[in-house]
Ligand binder design. Sequence first.
Ligand SMILES: Nc1ncnc2c1ncn2[C@@H]1O[C@H](COP(=O)(O)OP(=O)(O)OP(=O)(O)O)[C@@H](O)[C@H]1O
Ligand SMILES: [Mg+2]
Length: 263
Amino acid sequence: MIGSEGIAKDLTRLKTMMEQLVSSEKMATVGQMAAGIAHEINTPLGIILGYAQLMMDDFAKDSETYQNLEVIERQTQASRKIVADLLKYSRQSGSAREPINLNEIINDAVAITEHSLNLNHVKVGLQLAGDLPALVGDPEKMRQVVVNMINNAYHAMEAQGGGALILRTRFHAEAGKVIAEFQDSGHGIPESIKSRIFDPFFTTKPVGKGTGLGLSVSYGIIREHGGAIEIESPVQGPGGTVTPGTLFRLILPVAVETAAIKE
Ligand SMILES: Nc1ncnc2c1ncn2[C@@H]1O[C@H](COP(=O)(O)OP(=O)(O)OP(=O)(O)O)[C@@H](O)[C@H]1O
Ligand SMILES: [Mg+2]
């Protein structure tokens, strides 16, 4: 044999595309399934809850029966939260295309949650850019993302008895991107689960506390707006410093989209 000839092709891109496709199909199936069953389950759950609460009136608060009924009440409410989350998840289709003022959405979300965050010893710091251009998309969905991020940060700090949540926005003019950061001083995300936190139903929280849909829904919304999400845990600071906690960074395009809406 004096030689051989071959063709090599880099399949990395194809492989990533296939993986993305599989994951988006998985999401679509979950959405359809959720829409189908959520209503059916919600009705009987409401009836169980109603009867449990009705029966509670008939027993003394310190009786065993009353306490058992309380367990039924709590667990039914936890199930209803899961169903409500599923419903939100399945309503992903159909989006508004309006100007979005991200600073305003963050300010609103903080105004609503700050009181209970402070009560739980979480300090909120706002560093919002004054020159932030508007995004284009669905403000309600963007609000959902911001609330999910704040809730996750809060849960990560709750176990530690509090901490600090810093919300930043800035405009990266050359890239035409708006950047929003949510930095908490919570327990952080171990390397081993970083690749799974965006999966539907992935959660490390106890039953009734988390459904594992927050980040997968948020990821879907950010992608729909042409954006990306980055995570740092621990948080990398300037000059190689490392701070315990987690930072979620949303990177959202502005210029092209804004031009498109003006047509
Ligand atoms: N800021 C954070 N700090 C530490 N861990 C986080 C943070 N945000 C998310 N996580 C991890 O990612 C997991 C998935 O988050 P996600 O928001 O998708 O679901 P969840 O918060 O568990 O439940 P849900 O949002 O549906 O109520 C969490 O259970 C948690 O382990
Ligand atoms: Mg969450």
